[in-house]
Design a binder for this molecule. Sequence first.
Ligand code: PAF
Length: 300
Amino acid sequence: MQVPDVTRTVAALRERVGTWRRAGDRIALVPTMGALHDGHLALVRRAREEAERVVVTIFVNPKQFGPAEDFGRYPRTEERDRALLAGLADLVFAPSGETMYPPGFGTTVSVAGPSAGLEGDVRPGHFDGMATVVAKLFIQAQADLAVFGEKDWQQLQIVRLMVRDLDLPLRVVPHPVVRDAHGLALSSRNLRLSEGELAVARSLNRVLADVRDALRHTAVEEALAAGRRALAEGGFGPLDYLALVEPETLRPLPALPAGRSARLLAAVRVGDVRLLDNVEVPAPSVRDQTGSAPVNRPAS
Ligand code: PAF
């Protein structure tokens, strides 16, 4: 199977994309920071279903890491990544830091609304850095669509809003969270978990599922408090958040909205690894609403 070529300049990227476009092909983009795993490959396969040509970008974006974060330690495995993409992607775009941020680079894309709260509180500046690089990649590649994983739910909503607000001419295609056989959402950072930490990490999705189920008959604050206790008792480290939010705006929900689904998001540490996960909380059914607990009212 053919290992995809790598280009490092915007001109070379546009030349390849332009050739494909003139031949009538649709082009899908899968932005990544490399260290690819099965979760990324699922996004690439999804991109393949949507378009004739697939470009995977690999760029560890310094602007979305805080000063105390793991930018230096983030795994850089380009040759391995390209081998994994054999037969799946047509091209890898792996620009240098200078190509993305030439001296004097002065532009920041900041998306108000869904950037506020949750990751936005814990990682100040992260979403500005993310939105800036994603906007650049979109403009550089001129693809028809881009595939993003739902694991980074807040990121996905920010990208969607940015595309709408800036009239960027591409479609954002979401892809469900990819999990291991035990329900752990795949992430490059999972590689740093010890065996014991992995066992703890694998229970995160179960806690989220329990909270989601409890929300059918328990008031929101009560269900979240039970989830926080379960995480502490389950061996997790500090919890950054466990929150029920409106899926698109990420605004906190004090109660389940009638007739609409919500999203339950968590960020919690195991050892020095930060895990993110989220699940859909379906709209309460009529039966839930007529049950013993007031699902549509906040805890008093
Ligand atoms: O999700 C990621 O890996 C990154 O945030 C992204 C979208 C590639 C931008 O650097």
